[in-house]
Design a protein around this ligand. Structure first.
Ligand SMILES: [Zn+2]
Length: 275
């Protein structure tokens, strides 16, 4: 009899621990997004920031606005914002979170689980790269508006982030660009293919490869392509640059590069051309 009692007790404790674990997961990760969407009011001061500095917000249908708001709250709560020579205030957090969350708003959940910290610089950072080949050492300088690291860190120039958002139709947006890199790296590799349902991989690869080569051909002929030639740096940059165009020039992208637009629409589960 005692034997069964002990077994039942062990089973009960294990079930209790599992229940607690589920609650922790729910509250700590995506669950928080669902709770916030339902119950947590979005502060008026936050909304003011979006209305004044994030034109995408006003374009979104109301249902997506609510999702964006919930995601922003979770993002601000979960991520660490570090100022480098610049003070971090709530407005900066809201605008950065808005850039990140616009990309995931179609997924009805907050992603970026691997993103830990956002480093904010007042303006573009000058970075010196030192390349050593045998006894030849070359040093080259590079002006960085932003950078996304595999370990889950994002570096942003505040001035360029604001400029990118305030001009939402020129196809250039460093905030969307860097967070697109983070989505790409969610599976551990920056290869221009973010995690997606298995059935979509083949088509995605086919479309991206073809569009990349098409742009390459135009470049060789010194002709202007729809995407910035920076996209030809590699597959990861192609995805990030295409993402900027998808959100900032959706109608033109849909008209000129229909298949690329459709592939991005499928991945983001958003149709910015209709906003
Ligand atoms: Zn990039």
């Amino acid at each position: 009899m005692d034997y069964y009692l002990v077994l039942a007790l062990i089973f009960f404790i294990l079930a209790l621990l599992y229940g607690l674990y589920l609650i922790l997961i729910y509250v700590g990760t995506d669950g928080r997004y669902h709770l916030y969407k339902r119950f947590k009011p979005f502060p008026k001061a936050y909304k003011k920031v979006l209305l004044e500095h994030f034109p995408f917000y006003s374009k979104l249908p109301r249902s997506l606005q609510r999702r964006l708001e919930a995601c922003i709250l979770v993002f601000i709560k979960e991520k660490e914002f570090i100022g480098r020579g610049i003070e971090v205030d709530e407005a900066k957090k809201v605008l950065i979170a808005a850039n990140a969350c616009l990309l995931t708003v179609g997924h009805d959940r907050c992603e970026y689980k691997h993103v830990k910290s956002i480093f904010i610089y007042p303006e573009a950072v000058f970075k010196k790269n030192r390349i050593q080949e045998g006894w030849i050492v070359t040093e080259e300088g590079q002006v960085l508006l932003g950078e996304a690291w595999q370990g889950g860190e994002v570096v942003l120039s505040w001035r360029d982030l604001v400029a990118g958002d305030e001009n939402p139709n020129d196809g250039k947006n460093v905030g969307l660009h860097e967070f697109a890199h983070q989505l790409d790296m969610e599976d551990g590799v920056a290869d221009g293919t973010p995690p997606m349902p298995l059935r979509n991989y083949k088509h995605w690869t086919k479309v991206m490869r073809r569009e990349f080569h098409r742009l390459q051909e135009l470049y060789k002929k010194h002709k202007k392509g729809f995407l910035d030639y920076y996209a030809l740096t590699n597959a990861a940059e192609f995805f990030a640059v295409a993402t900027e165009a998808f959100f900032e020039k959706p109608k033109q992208l849909q008209r000129k590069e229909r298949e690329l637009y459709e592939a991005l629409k499928e991945y983001y589960r958003l149709d910015p051309a209709s906003w």
